[in-house]
Every structure is written in structure tokens, then in C-alpha cells.
Design a protein around this ligand. Structure first.
Ligand code: SAM
Length: 365
């Protein structure tokens, strides 16, 4: 990414912060669902332009946050001189007035006194601290907000974020709020529950078509099923039937509460090693089975995956697709080997601070 000059009046660049590893899925969503043009997708940032900046940006499901770009660079030096550059770019390169007017068109100003919040995130070994970068941001923004605007914290009217990751930095006006990543439907949060953006990415990778049946045999709080239902709604292309189950009643109760706000799903109390389903009855399987460390005895993971995968093979139709998220990919690959499924994609991600993998497989025709 080269440092962007003043944004084009019609359509300024935007960027999305995404869960590391999901950049390509987010880029696909922006391109296909919004008609956007992606300029760059790496290190948890997707830079893009859309034909028109509007509220549909807030309906993206695989990203954590979306911003109007003030400036961006991929040539930080790690040295203290970056601070001066960042102050300068903030003051001179960004057309904050224009960006603020676009922001207000999407998120109208409240009647109460407006407030603003500056957020600085920093990763990497730089010769300056986050607080120094934050000061540069604040200095660069001198005069941007009228005196009547007060600095605020949570729920400020506008937020300007500076995100530094190694040599890369992006600075922009946040369009989203916390409801983008924390979905309103998710009233029941369980410790092992999947991030909705990750579940949305898995569902996209599964690519179920209208009329298909999608199964999550270990559905926990139902995040994957909820994201499939929401995706079908945004596409208005006809429903994908969602089936899920879990062996824990507490999980099923949580799934029931969450899905109640989203739409219909068939939920069942079952053991994924013996599913009460007919052979070849589902088109897609999307699941994040327990990680080894979530089990009472982590060594049970091998037998559990082998038995559950054998059962998935029985119920998945020929040519059907399966998407799994696991933290022990070798154990999963070992369980899949005798089934002769074809691996079509593998992506490294991080879940609860530990490395994990999302894999996509196809059952032969
Ligand atoms: C990592 S959690 C799934 C989280 C879920 N995707 C969510 O977003 O809430 C794994 C789930 O597998 C369930 N589970 C473990 N062994 C199972 C089995 N043999 N049959 C069915 N469910 C099982 C657990 O009860 C747990 O809810």
C-alpha cells in the first residue's frame, strides 16, 4: 500500500480490520456482495473502494470493523521519525471534513453534544511507544473537531483509529460500532463459542445454495447456524435449511435463545458420533469441534474426531462440502484420510490466542 493522497471526493478508500487469516474471505465478501475493488488484503487489514459509501458497508459479516480511510502507509521505519510523519499525514493527507460528512450521512449526529474518541493500536517493535503514536495522532487532528465537541470514551459520536502493525499503518474514521462484531442476536455467550465473524467466514467458505441443508453436528451456542441464516437473508436468494445439535443440554438452550432472534433452525440433542440422520441427507457440514484442551482428557480428541468424521461422511451427500475449524489439524487430517475427501483450502487463523486452522474438504462425487 503506498501512502494515499487526498481521498477522491466521490468514493474515498475504505478499510476493514479483520481477524488475521480471514483477509481473503473478507476481500471476497467486499468484492462479490458490495461490488467493491480490493487494493490490498494482508496483516488483518483489507483496503478497498466501493462504488458508493453507504449503510451496506455496515452489513459486511466477515469483518470486525470498517473505516473511511484518512491515510495509510506500508513504509514505517520503526524509528522515532515515524511520529513526525504520522502527525503530518494526519494533518495534511486526510480530508477529515469530507469523511465526517460521509460518516454523518450514515450515522446521523445525536441531538446531545457530540463527542469524539481517538484509538491507537500498535503491534511490532518500534522505537516509540503507543502513547507517543497516540500523541502524534492527536496533534495531527488539531482543529478538526469544533471546540464544542468533547473528548469521549465508549459510544462517542465519532472515533478516529490509528492501527500500526509493523511497517504498516492505517488511520481512519470508524463507521462501524461494536454491534458489527458482537451480533445483537448473541445473547448467550459461552466460553468456547465462536466469534461470529469467524463463523460467517466458515459459512461463506461452505457456499451452501438455496434449498441446501447445512449441518453443524456440534453446534454449541449456534453461531454457525445463525450466521448461515443471516447470510441467506442478506442474499434474499431463498433459504438454506439449518440443522444442528449438541450433546450438552446447556449448549442447546443457549443455541435456542440465540437462534430465536434470527430464524428457524432444527436443533437436536444428540451425540455427533451417532447422528439420527439418514445417509447422504445433508449438503454442507460446518463445525468447530472441541479443541483438545477443552476436553476433560485431551487425548480423547483422536477417537472423538475419528468417530464424528466417520458419521459426517455417512450423512454428507456425494460432492458435498465440509468446513472445520480445529486447533489440532493433524488429528483432523488423520481422521479424514480414510474417507478420501479432497482438501480444497486451508487457512491459518488464531482462536482464543492459539493457532488454529480452517479447512475445506469435498466428498467425492
Ligand atoms: C467449540 S464448541 C462449538 C462452539 C460453537 N460453534 C459456538 O459458536 O458456540 C464444541 C461443542 O461440541 C460439543 N460436543 C463435544 N462432543 C460432542 C459430541 N460427541 N456430540 C455432540 N456434541 C459434542 C460441545 O458440547 C461443544 O458445545
Amino acid at each position: 500500500m503506498s501512502r494515499s493522497r487526498k481521498a477522491d471526493r466521490e468514493s474515498p478508500a475504505c478499510y476493514a480490520l479483520v481477524h488475521a487469516g480471514l483477509e481473503s474471505v473478507a476481500a471476497d465478501e467486499i468484492t462479490r456482495d458490495l461490488g467493491g475493488e480490493v487494493k490490498k488484503a494482508e496483516k488483518g487489514v483489507v483496503v478497498f473502494r466501493v462504488p458508493e459509501v453507504g449503510p451496506e458497508l455496515l452489513r459486511l459479516r466477515t469483518i470486525e470493523d470498517v473505516f473511511l480511510m484518512g491515510w495509510g502507509t506500508d513504509s514505517l521505519t520503526y524509528r522515532a521519525e515515524d511520529l513526525k510523519s504520522m502527525r503530518h499525514w494526519t494533518a495534511k493527507d486526510a480530508d477529515w471534513k469530507h469523511l465526517l460528512s460521509l460518516h454523518h450521512a450514515i450515522r446521523p449526529k445525536p441531538k446531545a453534544k457530540p463527542s469524539y474518541r481517538l484509538v491507537t493500536q500498535m503491534g511490532g517493535s518500534h522505537a516509540y511507544r503507543r502513547v507517543d503514536a497516540s500523541k502524534s495522532l492527536s496533534q495531527g487532528l488539531a482543529g478538526v473537531f469544533p471546540d464544542s465537541w468533547k473528548p469521549g470514551e465508549e459510544n462517542a459520536t465519532v472515533e478516529i483509529w490509528l492501527t500500526i502493525r509493523g511497517r504498516q499503518a492505517v488511520c481512519g474514521l470508524r463507521l462501524s460500532d461494536k454491534t458489527m462484531r458482537h451480533r445483537p442476536y448473541k445473547v448467550e455467550h459461552l466460553p468456547a463459542s465462536l466469534r461470529p465473524t469467524m463463523a460467517a467466514a466458515m459459512v461463506r467458505l461452505a457456499g451452501a445454495a438455496p434449498g441446501d441443508i447445512l449441518l453443524d453436528p456440534m453446534c454449541g451456542a449456534g453461531t454457525i447456524l445463525a450466521e448461515q441464516i443471516e447470510l441467506s437473508k442478506t442474499r434474499k436468494a431463498g433459504r438454506v435449511e439449518t440443522w444442528g445439535g449438541d450433546r450438552e443440554m446447556s449448549m442447546l438452550r443457549a443455541a435456542n435463545s440465540n437462534l430465536h432472534r434470527v430464524g428457524p433452525a432444527m436443533l437436536c440433542h444428540w451425540d455427533a458420533r451417532r447422528l439420527p440422520l439418514a445417509r447422504e441427507s445433508v449438503d454442507r457440514i460446518v463445525c468447530n469441534p472441541p479443541f483438545g484442551k477443552q476436553l476433560a482428557s485431551p487425548e480423547e480428541i483422536g477417537p472423538l474426531y475419528r468417530a464424528a468424521l466417520k458419521e459426517c461422511h455417512r450423512v454428507l451427500r456425494m460432492g458435498g462440502r465440509a468446513v472445520f475449524l480445529v486447533s489440532e489439524p493433524d488429528v483432523l487430517r488423520e481422521a479424514i484420510k480414510p474417507l478420501h475427501w479432497k482438501a480444497t483450502r486451508e487457512m491459518e487463523v488464531e482462536v482464543l490466542g492459539q493457532p488454529a486452522m480452517i479447512g475445506v474438504w469435498q466428498k467425492p462425487e
